[in-house]
Write a protein that binds this ligand. Structure first.
Ligand SMILES: *Cc1c(COP(=O)(O)O)cnc(C)c1O
Length: 224
C-alpha cells in the first residue's frame, strides 16, 4: 500500500468515527508519526499534502525535518514532539517543533517556561498524563495533575492546551481515554491527544482532538 492509500484509509476511518460519535470532522487532527521511518516515506507523505507530523526524539526529528522546514516549501508544516524531552535539548526542540505534547515533570516545565519566555517563542504544550500509573512510564499521575497544571500555567507561564496519554499495553485503552477526557474537562482544557494506529477510532469516540498514527500510515517501523 502506498502512503496515499494508507492516509485515505485513515481519513475514511476518522470520518466514519466522527459521524458515528457525532463529532465534527474539523475537530480531529491527524498527527502522522514518522519516527524510525525512511526519508522517502516522509517525502511521499509531504507530496500527497500531509502537513502534520509527530516525532519522539529531538535528534531524529532534526534529521527528518530540519531541511523540510528550512526549505520554505511547506509553510503549513507542523511538528509535534510526542516523546520525552531532556532538558539539555530544550533549545533545539523549541527551534524545530510547533507543539510539545510531553510536558511531564516540574524541572522540564520550569526550564521550558524560562526558555520560551527568553526566546519569545511560546509553544502550545500538552501535559502527558500517566493514566495507568506505570512507574516505568513518563507522565504526571492523575492525582498530581491539578497541582502540576497550576505550576505550568502560573509559575512557568506556559500555554497548556490539553492532555496526552499513552495507555498501558494490556489494559483496555478506552478506560484511559475516558479518564483523560474527564481530567481535561475538569480543568477546562480543550485538546486531547490520544489514540494510535490500533485504537484511534476508539479515541475519537472518547473525545480525542489529536490522534497519533504511525504504522497505520507509514507501515512497519525500522525499530531495531
Ligand atoms: C510511536 C508512537 C505513536 C504511533 O504508534 P503507531 O502504533 O505506530 O501508530 C503514537 N504515539 C506515540 C507517543 C508514539 O511514540
Amino acid at each position: 500500500m502506498s502512503i496515499l492509500e494508507n492516509l485515505q484509509i485513515v481519513h475514511h476511518n476518522i470520518d466514519r468515527a466522527t459521524r458515528q460519535w457525532s463529532r465534527s470532522n474539523n475537530d480531529i487532527n491527524l498527527v502522522a508519526v514518522s519516527k524510525h521511518q525512511p526519508p522517502e516515506k516522509i517525502q511521499e507523505a509531504l507530496n500527497v499534502g500531509h502537513r502534520l507530523f509527530g516525532e519522539n526524539r529531538v535528534q531524529e526529528a532534526h534529521e527528518h525535518w530540519a531541511n523540510h522546514k528550512e526549505s520554505g516549501l511547506y509553510h503549513d508544516l507542523k511538528l509535534h514532539l510526542i516523546g520525552p524531552l531532556q532538558t539539555n535539548k530544550i533549545k533545539d526542540a523549541l527551534e524545530l517543533f510547533d507543539v510539545i505534547e510531553t510536558v511531564d515533570r516540574e524541572k522540564l516545565a520550569r526550564k521550558l517556561g524560562t526558555a520560551m519566555t527568553e526566546t519569545g517563542n511560546s509553544l502550545p504544550c500538552f501535559i502527558q498524563v500517566n493514566t495507568g500509573e506505570e512507574p516505568q512510564k513518563s507522565g504526571i499521575y492523575p492525582r498530581d495533575l491539578p497541582e502540576f497544571l497550576n505550576f505550568c500555567q502560573n509559575k512557568c507561564a506556559m500555554d497548556i492546551i490539553g492532555l496526552m496519554c499513552i495507555p498501558p499495553i494490556d489494559d483496555p485503552a478506552a478506560l484511559h481515554f475516558a479518564l483523560l477526557r474527564k481530567l481535561a474537562k475538569e480543568h477546562s482544557l480543550r485538546h486531547l491527544s490520544m489514540g494510535m494506529s490500533e485504537d484511534y477510532e476508539d479515541a475519537i469516540a472518547h473525545g480525542a482532538t489529536y490522534v497519533r498514527v504511525g504504522t497505520g500510515i507509514f507501515g512497519e517501523r525500522n525499530d531495531t
